[in-house]
Design a protein around this ligand. Structure first.
Ligand code: FES
Ligand SMILES: [Fe+2]
Length: 338
């Protein structure tokens, strides 16, 4: 159920340090840490002796000592010491995964190591751009990772799920356009000349009607970047001039844990009032509330789907982008080169 030849976020850069951080990625336990020179390491979090997670052990320089009987593994996963035994057989090793750091995340390649290509790391460049600032957060959602992607591709759910913040009837009633280029699917919606939803009114300030945009991009294998904002109607945003508007970029980085669990990371940045900590705090609080609303829906939906497996479901026009994206993911799972 996972695309293996792909990079997945294992954590935010600032979560991974000298300690041993356990994570589950595509069903595999992985332990993360940094070498003395700062470069990240990802090893399978299972000792090859009796399977104690290595994350329960300790660091010794760039190596990890298993917390049960003391087998010691270097950053490549090779065993370098077995207490009381001089011999180290070739089978004494744990799997290591290619790891790389970019855009404020540490990424791990879950496929064949020789295919790992840093150029395929998902593009989250707004995280590095000094013109944008904001906050980040993460949560574990009890559902299949593809349901989180569905949720983000179809923002018509804002109307009901987030009606007190970013939703209003105009979102569900405005059709979106869909474009696909290779593995990239882009869903765009422009809601012109309307009274913005409560949170957007707060962000743009008092005044007349606004034009609102939502440009949602699927980034292979399991991420969604959302470009959203509002600008006063008549100031040219639909034609490309967003200078009078407020713009947020929401980078949704989604890592499958198991069939029933997904780790969802977000970095939310804006390009206005970037030095205003009150605006950052407000955006952080809004994100926690909004994503909490999504989590409740997704977990209830996943519980029902798990109870009635195989029950047919219908597709509505709003599911079009998600159907395309699932086809792309299915291709990756089947081993197609994307
Ligand atoms: S379980 Fe790790 S050394 Fe025995
Ligand atoms: Fe949502």
């Amino acid at each position: 159920m996972y695309v293996s030849n792909a990079w997945y976020a294992a954590g935010f850069s600032d979560e991974i340090g000298d300690g041993l951080l356990p994570r589950l990625i595509c069903g595999e336990p992985v332990v993360l840490y940094r070498r003395g020179d700062g470069t990240p390491v990802a090893l399978e979090d299972l000792c090859c002796h009796r399977m104690l997670p290595l994350s329960r052990g300790r660091r010794e320089g760039d190596a990890v000592v298993c917390g049960y009987h003391g087998m010691t593994f270097d950053a490549s996963g090779a065993c370098i010491r077995v207490p009381g035994e001089g011999r180290i057989a070739p089978s004494y090793h744990v799997r290591s995964r290619p790891a790389a750091e970019r855009h404020g995340f540490v990424w791990v390649w879950m496929g064949a190591a020789e295919l790992a290509d840093a150029a395929a790391i998902p593009d989250m460049r707004w995280a590095d751009d000094p013109a944008w600032a904001g906050h980040q957060g993460s949560m574990v959602v009890g559902c299949d990772y593809r349901m989180v992607i569905d949720n983000l591709l179809d923002l018509t759910h804002e109307t009901l799920v987030h009606e007190s913040t970013i939703g209003n009837a105009a979102v569900a009633e405005t059709p979106a356009t869909v474009e696909q280029h290779g593995s990239s699917v882009v869903v765009s919606r422009w809601i012109v000349d309307h009274e913005p939803a409560p949170l957007w009114r707060e962000r743009i300030g008092p005044g007349g009607n606004c034009d609102r945009w939502q440009v949602i991009s699927f980034v292979y294998p399991s991420n969604v970047v959302i470009d959203v904002g509002v600008a006063p109607t008549g100031t040219g945003a639909p034609a490309g001039d967003r200078s009078r508007g407020v713009n947020h970029m929401l980078m949704n980085v989604i890592t499958p844990e198991t069939a029933d669990s997904t780790r969802y990371y977000w970095r939310s940045v804006r390009n206005y009032d970037i030095d205003d900590p009150a605006k950052t705090a407000a955006a952080r609080a809004a994100a926690a509330r909004i994503f909490g609303e999504d989590k409740a829906v997704l977990e209830a939906q996943h519980a029902a789907m798990s109870r009635f497996p195989g029950r047919p479901m219908i597709n509505l026009p709003l599911d079009g982008p998600s159907v395309r994206v699932r086809r792309i993911i299915d291709g990756g799972i089947a081993g197609q080169t994307i």
